[in-house]
Design a protein around this ligand. Structure first.
Ligand code: ADP
Ligand code: MG
Length: 313
């Protein structure tokens, strides 16, 4: 059974098309990472799923029920925004309690909040106010607040965009734990490919409101649907080039320097830490390979071999 399913969703604003015919479905306990350039429609998708925005056409199904026009509160979901808005005048405890439906006794409520706070390692901060916390702690409070609702589906819109790398790692580890232990279904918008690959079971790549790819996360990296995905997704763009008359792609780490292979001319060498990026021309096309070999210079002739060559359909 799909937990969240979008059927042919389009959204038109006066001047522009934000989404054009977007469909996908994910199962319970899966994480979908939504990636795409700025303005590609990522936040619009989340807002339509959350019920904050109506689509121009198409349907949203949650647990097989058509929820396209239902109120946000009836959708069994919770939303962590890009700019996490904690109430500044409330304590951490009050911030977390605020999101909970008021059908618990005072004791139940306290136990519930304390359990979540312990899990997210903010128990000692329950009586502080947001301005007394670090960025990472505030982020954990925002997550705690979402989890406390008991909603099965968590929507997150670039929740870590303003955090530094080590905090990002800490919080993504935490999200992974929550997902596994609490069987939450997560839809996670990010422009960070590493986050998408770490968290996503499935990845949806958007461009200009259109789906460029929806597939298992690993396939987006190794088997992109088209040159757009190949060059957009990944820390470095995939090499896209003509090979024996066919349009192909190959990742930088899948081009090997060998004793006896295709002869090419080195046109540039870039060292970044231990990684050495060697640019060369193959039949008048510029490609880049990644190596650890330290003795290559501009102008050298080297022999290469392509591995895992991906042919675009
Ligand atoms: P992303 O989150 O990927 O950066 P958005 O979903 O915010 O992209 O926006 C997608 C497109 O829809 C953009 O061109 C944006 O300008 C437009 N858009 C979003 N919200 C509105 C709105 N309320 N009114 C008009 N245009 C909007
Ligand atoms: Mg956005």
């Amino acid at each position: 059974m799909s937990k969240v399913k979008l059927n042919n969703i389009s959204k038109y604003f006066k001047e522009s098309t934000a989404l054009n015919d977007v469909s996908f479905n994910i199962k319970e306990g899966e994480c979908l990472a939504v990636v795409g350039p700025s303005g590609s429609g990522k936040s619009t998708i989340l807002r339509i799923i959350a019920g904050l925005l109506e689509p121009s056409s198409g349907e949203v199904f949650i647990e097989n029920k058509n929820m396209t026009y239902s109120k946000p509160k009836d959708r069994n979901l919770t939303f962590v925004f890009q700019n996490l808005a904690l109430y500044p005048h409330l304590t951490v405890k009050q911030n977390i309690e605020f999101s909970i439906k008021k059908n618990m006794s005072k004791e139940e409520l306290t136990t519930h909040v304390e359990t979540i706070a312990t899990e997210l390692d903010i128990f000692n901060h329950l009586n502080k106010r947001p301005h007394e916390l670090s960025g990472g702690e505030r982020q954990r409070v925002a997550l705690a607040r979402s989890l406390a609702t008991n909603a099965d589906i968590i929507l997150m819109d670039e929740p870590l965009a303003s955090l530094d790398t080590s905090l990002k790692r800490e919080i993504t580890d935490l999200i992974l734990r929550i997902k596994t232990e609490e069987k939450k279904t997560i839809i996670y918008v990010t422009h960070d490919h590493n986050e998408a690959m770490k968290l996503g079971d499935k990845i949806l790549v958007l461009n200009d409101g259109e789906v460029e790819q929806f597939s298992d996360a690993s396939l987006v990296y190794s088997h992109p649907n088209n040159p757009f995905v190949a060059q957009f997704f990944g820390t470095h763009p995939m090499n896209v080039f003509k090979y024996h008359g066919k349009l192909c792609g190959v990742r930088r780490e899948d081009i090997y320097i060998v004793e006896d292979g295709i002869k090419v001319q080195v046109i540039d060498v870039n060292k970044i830490g231990g990684d050495i990026f060697v640019s060369f021309t193959y039949k008048n096309q510029r490609l880049v390979l990644l190596t650890r070999e330290n003795n290559i210079d501009i102008g050298d002739e080297i022999n290469i071999q392509f591995e895992s060559l991906h042919e675009f359909q």
